[in-house]
Write a new protein. Structure first.
Ligand SMILES: Nc1ncnc2c1ncn2[C@@H]1O[C@H](COP(=O)(O)OP(=O)(O)OP(=O)(O)O)[C@@H](O)[C@H]1O
Ligand SMILES: [Mg+2]
Lengths: 292, 307, 288
């Protein structure tokens, strides 16, 4: 009948100032989303290239055979795969016995002063350039023997792995509810028994995840091996002899002038990426399940 | 509290073992510093400050000047930070402030994978994909516009400071992102709510309260990224061009401290030569030690409440 | 809907039949209230709210009378905070949060297109349970935060700062340390700083979520005084666990229980003659 019965439509009286603020907000969000996309693009690009270029050269022979001399085609990196596993596991063999108890120490909150210093040392050690770690292993274990060796390589990797193991162990042990320890102590168990029998088992998965993550980190390292493990054309299990490693082979092939070796470098890269990322994802999966 | 009785001899032994392991970690760090200093001693005594300022690197003549490598390290790291800081902090803001928890979880894993890829693989990719791309397309294009600027002078080689810097950026970003994300997460939600309730847009909330609150931690993230950039070896070695010179051009080949050590250490033929390489390592180690210690203090400051 | 309800302000809605509690106070209103027409600054209509699948508010309806103090009481977890967070759309910014029903400000739905939530929050200010000053800003900048964050500045910032701090009963204590960081104040001072911060942008409605829970009795008394002083010009909604406080400061009281509005009435009436047995149990301390 007349306009009085109907309310006027709500007027959007948005001030220019407010419109500008809204626009700035939207631009900011856009920029932030874009930055993630830009950040992840190289991941996609690197993985895609490694797969595209590595897969064609990858076959069973490549994984199992020894390298052929320059000029001959074929040959593989079997020795380097085993060498990398050997070095990384050897590194763990040195780093775990130190890193896990050190992590437990940090989580125990006894002697907080010293724990603070140790924690800082672990953090700083994580930031020491890996090439410098290699140099350290060289002066400690290569110079005295006048001999590049698997031992020195494993030691260098152990130093690289150590901070990861220490800090994850501390973190996961801290996650164990203190009531669990208290319950064990209340039953009259000594502290160390409570720790070994109750706390470590319930944090076990997390500790294992830290160890696998450390393995993943160590297995991909090249720089610290260049003048320790050094590389070799053969398969050797002698701790005091040089040993091949996948990243070293990859590097040497990549900077060589031969097309054939470039192709092998890509294949080696594919193997290395799979090894490292699988270990990394396994570690992640274990921790994700833990905290869930 | 009253369970002092539980500190039995076996307990004391157990605790002693833990302490010993903790001391072991500290010893390793001290050992690294000691051995590297020891190795570098002769070179530093002989060269003194001129070791840092000299520009000639002639092992045969026994002349060792670190400046070109130092310059290359600083320049590539600066390029890397210039690229990585905005992208890294931007990604951290996305992960902690904007994305839903599910998207953030997935994207966070991907960013961490970026960090997990070994640097030698980035080097391979940089050498065979990124460098040719820059040489064929990007560098000529830039030169056609800015050819007269010394910063972009010289023949397009693909390898050089700029390429190394970009590659470094990719490797530094996950460090900056994950530390920044941690720092942003430590900002209490009450701060965000307070700003939001005053009528601030999400952007204004982040700029006005979250960033200031997290500032020192974000600085720590950047410093940590710088530490990573300075010490990164393999990828840079593969794309820096390995020329012991100082050039103003981003397209020019150069060298970095870590790359010199990586390329020459195994072949160093004299004690002086080894010692000079040790000297480079001391510079590298010294700067990363300081940066990392500082960064950890900054980041921890935020986690323990404000500032 | 009639035009009248679109134009602000609207009269308090008459009780609809079957409501648990009549939204209009019964029993002789105090003289002050009788003189002026009571209008509702804000009205909540059939408001429900969820966190994920969990429904925490069940069809709550009540008015908030203009320039008066309304207290919301109820046992812990009954949805008091959720309710007042719905009034300035702070509820919806939480992940998984959802709501239904209407919230009117001056008769218009705050979810209607005419009002940006950003403007709304400026008109409907909020003080939180825990004092949350900005530690990186000075005391002065904290007071001006509502302006500075949004990139604006008042004509005379000094006057705004002094006025807001005076009204928050903090001026005397901090006038010589306006440059000190916002984190350097005591808990009670910090809470009054947060109130000053909310007042500095001249909100029409002030939501206070247990503003005194972190404070000692003296600071609490200060803030109650402040509420009295503000009441003639600002519509105040205060959540409190303290029955005496509700009785002291408010003109109206809403009793919320397990997400439902059990009773809404003039404070004096609700505390002396509660209509619902649950209200009686609660205010006499038999549960909650
Ligand atoms: N962010 C959230 N996510 C999930 N559930 C929530 C969330 N916030 C509150 N709740 C739940 O919603 C219900 C109502 O919470 P609300 O905070 O509104 O209660 P309240 O009355 O303010 O309690 P209190 O007096 O303790 O502050 C509670 O049961 C609470 O557990
Ligand atoms: Mg509450």
């Amino acid at each position: 009948m007349d306009a009085w019965l109907y309310p006027p439509p709500p007027q959007r009286t948005v001030s220019p100032r407010l419109r500008w603020r809204r626009l700035a907000d939207r631009l900011f969000r856009g920029a932030v989303v874009a930055s993630v996309v830009v950040v992840l693009a190289p991941l996609a690009a690197v993985l895609a290239t490694v797969i595209a270029k590595g897969a064609p050269a990858l076959d069973l022979a490549f994984l199992t055979h020894l390298p052929k001399p320059v000029g001959e085609t074929g040959g593989g990196v079997g020795h380097a795969i085993l060498g990398t596993l050997f070095l990384a596991l050897g590194g763990l063999g040195i780093a775990v016995p130190v890193g896990v108890p050190a992590g437990v120490f940090l989580a125990s909150d006894r002697m907080p002063r010293l724990a603070g210093v140790v924690r800082m040392c672990a953090d700083v050690l994580a930031g020491v350039p890996s090439i410098v770690v290699g140099l350290f292993a060289y002066t400690l274990l290569v110079m005295p023997f006048r001999q590049f060796s698997a031992l020195s390589g494993a030691f260098a990797l152990a130093v690289i792995m150590l901070p990861t193991i220490v800090r994850t162990t501390e973190e996961v042990v801290r996650l164990v509810p203190p009531t669990l320890t208290e319950a064990a102590l209340a039953l009259g168990a000594p502290r160390w028994r409570a720790m070994l029998g109750v706390v470590l088992p319930s944090a076990g998965k997390g500790v294992a995840a830290g160890i696998i993550a450390a393995f993943s980190r160590g297995a991909g390292e090249t720089a610290p091996l260049m003048f320790t493990a050094f590389g070799s054309q053969f398969l050797s299990w002698n701790l005091l002899q040089p040993i091949a490693a996948l990243p070293l082979v990859l590097f040497n092939y990549a900077v060589s002038p031969y097309e054939d070796w470039h192709a092998q470098a890509w294949a080696a890269a594919l193997v290395l990426v799979v090894l490292v990322l699988v270990a990394n994802l396994v570690a992640r999966y274990a921790t994700a399940r833990r905290s869930a | 509290m009253g369970r002092r009785s539980s500190s039995s001899p076996s307990d004391a032994a157990f605790h002693a073992t833990l302490v010993l392991a903790g001391l072991g970690v500290a010893t390793v760090l001290a050992g690294v510093a000691w051995e590297v200093l020891d190795l570098a001693g002769p070179a530093m005594q002989k060269g003194g400050l001129s070791f840092l300022t000299g520009t000639t690197w002639d092992p045969v003549a026994g002349e060792f000047g670190a400046l070109p490598a130092l310059y290359g390290t600083l320049l590539t790291s600066a390029i890397a930070l210039l690229v990585a800081v905005p992208l890294g902090i931007g990604s951290a803001v996305f992960l902690s402030e904007i994305a839903s928890s599910r998207v953030a979880a997935v994207a966070g894993v991907l960013v961490d994978l970026l960090a997990a890829i070994p640097s030698v693989i980035y080097g391979l990719w940089g050498l065979f994909v990124l460098a040719p791309l820059l040489r064929q397309h990007v560098q000529p294009a830039v030169q056609s516009v800015l050819g007269d600027v010394p910063l972009f002078a010289g023949p397009p080689l693909g390898v050089g400071y700029g390429t190394a810097g970009l590659l470094l950026a990719i490797m530094v970003i996950p460090v900056v992102t994950s530390v920044s994300r941690e720092v942003l997460k430590a900002v209490p939600d009450t701060q965000r709510e307070a700003a939001c309730a005053l009528g601030a847009t999400p952007f204004e909330v982040i700029r006005g309260t979250v960033f200031p609150y997290a500032r020192s931690g974000l600085v720590g993230a950047v410093v940590l990224g710088l530490g990573r950039a300075l010490g990164e070896t393999m990828a840079v070695t593969m794309v820096i061009g390995n020329r012991y010179e100082i050039s103003a051009s981003l397209f020019a080949p150069g060298y970095t401290l870590a790359a010199v050590i990586a390329n020459e250490f195994a072949e160093a033929f004299s004690p002086e030569y080894l010692s000079a390489l040790g000297g480079l390592a001391v510079v590298l180690l010294g700067s990363t030690l300081v940066l990392n210690a500082a960064a950890r203090l900054l980041v921890r400051g935020v986690r323990h409440g404000g500032g | 809907m009639s035009l009248a309800s679109v134009m602000a302000p609207v009269p308090v809605p008459t009780p609809s039949p079957g409501r648990v509690a009549p939204p209009v106070p019964r029993a002789d209103p105090s003289p002050a209230l009788r003189e002026e027409p009571r209008v509702a600054k804000m009205v909540v209509e059939d408001l429900s709210a969820w966190y994920g699948r969990r429904k925490v508010l069940h069809g709550v309806s009540l008015p908030f009378v203009k320039d008066a103090v309304t207290a919301i009481i109820g046992p812990s977890g009954c949805g008091k905070s959720t309710l007042i967070r719905c009034l300035n759309r702070m509820h919806e910014i939480q992940p998984g949060a959802a709501q239904s029903g209407r919230v009117l400000l001056d008769g218009r739905d705050i979810h209607g297109g005419h009002l940006d939530p950003i403007e709304l929050r400026r008109r409907v200010g909020m003080v939180f349970q825990k004092p949350n000053p900005f530690p990186t800003m000075s005391v002065r900048d904290n007071v001006l935060a509502g302006w500075r964050l949004t990139g604006t500045r008042p004509k005379d910032p000094d006057a705004v700062v002094e006025d807001a701090l005076r009204r928050a009963a903090l001026w005397v204590e901090v006038k010589d340390r306006l440059k000190a960081p916002g984190g350097s104040l005591s808990g009670g001072q910090a809470q009054r700083l947060c109130i000053a911060r909310a007042l500095a942008v001249a909100p029409e409605v002030l939501l206070m979520d247990e503003p005194c829970s972190a404070l000692d009795p003296i600071a609490t008394a200060r803030i109650e005084e402040l509420i009295h002083e503000l009441a003639p010009t600002v519509t105040i909604v205060i959540v409190t666990h303290n029955m005496q406080q509700a009785a002291r400061v408010s003109a109206y009281t809403a009793f919320l229980y397990m997400g439902e509005l059990v009773e809404f009435a003039e404070t004096a009436g609700l505390f002396t003659r509660p209509a619902d047995p649950r209200t009686e149990d609660y205010i006499t301390g038999r549960f909650g």
